[in-house]
Design a protein around this ligand. Structure first.
Ligand code: HEC
Ligand code: HEC
Ligand code: HEC
Ligand code: HEC
Length: 228
């Protein structure tokens, strides 16, 4: 393939794609739990292993996200419900699933961040145990302001069906840009933590930080799904 072919591709690329925020990556961020990560959560050098394993990751039934490599939390969560306002149109799961439950396996503060399904020691790496202090307590669990739950009643609904009809005020699923429904926007289905957040990209301060898929400037993230 030659240069002019790429130039053509660039011209043909939809504006939305070109306007996507630059990827800032995971290395060196709060989601880098290695010894060179922001919080130096462990002494490991492997970054991806805290969420994914190359081999022997979760069995199909427990595959919350691709190649999922964490122990799953057994916390009982209180899910969002709008019994008072009676405004919610989509069904909320009884307990968090998929790319919500995955986040909560660290963010509910009940599982050690180094508790992996497969702790590989290829290359002699066996330093996944979290270092107490900083963002972890003596058991290696998350502490502090980033712990979410078990009470999810005061958080934006997650593990909820994206119901774009029934007068819910939501845009049509297949037209969404930037945000992510699970399994995908074409078929549309659920809103999870990962609908608004991209665990791989910290983003830029005052815009797409922390780990947001769309900037919060002018509440763009909110109106990516909501009509108003
Ligand atoms: C803190 C948890 C976490 C870490 C660490 C992490 N990921 Fe992910 N990864 C996720 C989540 C969550 C998904 C599911 C897709 C989504 O919700 O964006 C995912 C999905 C993926 C996918 C599937 C394609 C996609 O984007 O959906 C690939 C490939 C991937 N990750 C690669 C990596 C690599 C490479 C690293 C290390 C540099 C890494 N991940 C580290 C959480 C993580
Ligand atoms: C392997 C453990 C782990 C998993 C899984 C994980 N996180 Fe985190 N996350 C962390 C740690 C550690 C921090 C930093 C905590 C602190 O600074 O107090 C963090 C911080 C964050 C922050 C705040 C960053 C900031 O600077 O304000 C957000 C937002 C976040 N995570 C979202 C998510 C979402 C969404 C998911 C699921 C897609 C997820 N995380 C999965 C470990 C994890
Ligand atoms: C509807 C979009 C949306 C969903 C869904 C969502 N978040 Fe967030 N999250 C945000 C925004 C926006 C911020 C930044 C808040 C701010 O700047 O005031 C944030 C901030 C955070 C923070 C930083 C600490 C804080 O409270 O500000 C963490 C940790 C976090 N989210 C984790 C999660 C987890 C875990 C889930 C799923 C249980 C989740 N988020 C679901 C939009 C979302
Ligand atoms: C990925 C899509 C998505 C994004 C992004 C999003 N929301 Fe939502 N939001 C939903 C869904 C789905 C519902 C449930 C609607 C229903 O079923 O009635 C909802 C419901 C709500 C509700 C009503 C809850 C109730 O009790 O009726 C509020 C308020 C809300 N969102 C605010 C926000 C704000 C503020 C933001 C930006 C930080 C945001 N949303 C971003 C999908 C999204």
């Amino acid at each position: 393939m030659n240069r002019s072919f790429f130039a053509l591709l660039l011209v043909l690329a939809p504006a939305a794609l070109l306007a996507a925020p630059p990827a800032t990556g995971i290395v060196g961020t709060a989601h880098d739990l290695s010894s060179t990560g922001l919080n130096r959560v462990t002494a490991a050098t492997n970054v991806c292993v805290f969420c994914h394993a190359i081999h022997n990751s979760a069995s199909t039934a427990q595959q919350l996200i691709p190649d999922w490599n964490r122990a799953t939390t057994s916390t009982t969560f209180q899910m969002y419900d709008s019994t008072v306002s009676q405004t919610l149109k989509g069904a909320v799961d009884n307990q968090p699933t998929g790319a919500s439950l995955a986040c909560l396996s660290c963010h509910d503060g009940t599982i050690a961040m180094g508790a992996l399904i497969n702790a590989p020691n290829g290359g002699g790496e066996n330093t996944y145990t979290s270092i107490a202090g900083g963002v972890s307590n003596a058991s290696g669990r998350m502490t502090g302001a980033n712990v979410v739950g078990p009470d999810l009643t005061g958080d934006h609904p997650v593990s909820i069906t994206y119901q774009d009809n029934l007068n819910s005020g939501l845009k049509v699923a297949s037209t969404l840009i930037g945000v992510k429904l699970y399994p995908n926007n074409a078929t549309g289905s659920k809103v999870h933590c990962g609908s608004c957040h991209d665990a791989h990209n910290y983003g830029t301060l005052g815009a797409t930080a922390p780990f947001l898929r769309v900037t919060m400037a002018n509440s763009a993230l909110c109106v990516a799904c909501h009509k108003k």
